[in-house]
Design a protein around this ligand. Structure first.
Ligand code: KG4
Ligand code: ZN
Length: 328
């Protein structure tokens, strides 16, 4: 049976997994650097790559416990997009393993990982619409089948997760702020008036909304009034998530779609999951379990099987790509 060993180091998680061709997870190891970055209020790229260097050998050895490289058919890694220094560490490790053990090497697009990991939950049906929402991405990706990707919409400025993290900082919540805003919102009401982003087509914008939160908080403090943090969290979240929902529904009106899925760190958001379940009733909807929303190497292995089936391999000279379109 074919097995892929995959490595993910695109941001602040160091991960390694072995997945077989039946899409059974034989092993999956993830370490997060969140505690360290939390001290700085966000991911510091230089710190992230140094921590990957410190962790990578341990993580690979742990993933290989009870396994042998002779079982492995190919080595896969995240080739992009992501932080360049972080990507380099995973690439160097994967290339070394592939070279030493004479295995084919597969470079995986990070967002394809976020999308295809959903095959572990249920079969994907096409045409499929993926709403990819994370700290670095806000994209509506249309898949005619599992090899054709079209980006229908993307953000003009901040990614949704970035906006969550920045608004959390305004409220005084530590990084990563997304899960904390999610929780705090449940105690609040959407009473603060915030601007609804107006953007062309299926695109998004979050910086105006984020700035409006900052100005509102400043004004309240200047006037000596008390900011209701739960209400601000809830007001921000309602506008931000309805913006995601509106654009998703607009695509569903205009395109033939049989299956919708959400992917990426923000897909863990409980209110987003609720809104999607309420509104997307005419086609299949997949909401991945939380462990597959945030970065992991299982998703890279699952996406790598698609590349393996198409004989898409890379050479040792393949450059890591900090920005990399999914539809090229
Ligand atoms: O996909 P991910 O783990 O890393 C990137 O590739 O960016 O996503 C991390 C982002 C962070 O901005 C974090 O605040 C956000 O996902 N996030 C959430 C929630 N859980 C994580 N945002 C809103 N609600 C959540 N429950
Ligand atoms: Zn990610």
């Amino acid at each position: 049976m074919r097995k892929i060993l995959a490595i993910e180091t695109s941001c602040d998680e160091t991960a390694c997994a072995i997945v077989n061709e039946k899409l059974e997870i034989e092993t999956s190891v993830v370490t997060s650097q969140i505690d360290v970055h939390a001290r700085f209020g966000g991911v510091i790229p230089e710190v992230a790559s140094r921590m990957h260097v410190e962790q990578i050998s341990t993580i690979i050895n742990e993933a290989l416990k009870g396994h042998d490289m002779s079982e492995i058919s190919a080595v896969a890694y995240t080739v992009g997009p992501g932080l360049i220094g972080s990507l380099h560490v995973g690439a160097a490790a994967a290339k070394t393993l592939a070279f030493f053990y004479d295995k084919p090497l597969i470079g995986v697009h990070h967002l394809k990982g976020h999308i295809f990991v959903n095959e572990l939950i249920e079969p994907l049906e096409y045409p499929l619409l993926a709403l990819v929402v994370s700290g670095g991405h806000t994209e509506l990706v249309y898949l005619k089948d599992d090899t054709h990707f079209e980006i229908l919409g993307t953000t003009h400025d901040d990614a949704i997760g970035e906006a969550y993290d920045k608004v959390a900082r305004i409220i005084g919540l530590a990084y990563p702020g997304g899960p904390k805003i999610d929780k705090l919102s449940k105690e609040g009401k959407p009473v603060y008036k915030l601007p609804i982003p107006k953007v062309d087509g299926y695109n998004f914008s979050f910086s105006g909304l984020k700035n409006a939160c900052l100005q509102l908080a400043d004004r309240i403090k200047r006037n000596g009034e008390e900011l209701n943090e739960a209400d601000l969290a809830c007001s921000f979240q309602e506008v931000a998530l309805h913006h995601l929902l509106d654009k998703t529904m607009k695509v569903l009106e205009d395109y033939d779609v049989r299956h919708v899925l959400i992917a990426g760190g923000v897909a863990a958001n409980s209110r987003l999951r609720e809104l999607m379940s309420e509104h997307i009733t005419k086609c299949k909807l997949t909401l991945p379990p939380l462990k597959y929303c945030t970065d992991n190497a299982v998703m890279i292995a699952v996406a790598a099987f698609k590349e393996l089936d198409q004989n898409h391999f890379v050479g040792y000279d393949e450059a890591s790509k900090p920005s990399m379109a999914i539809d090229k």
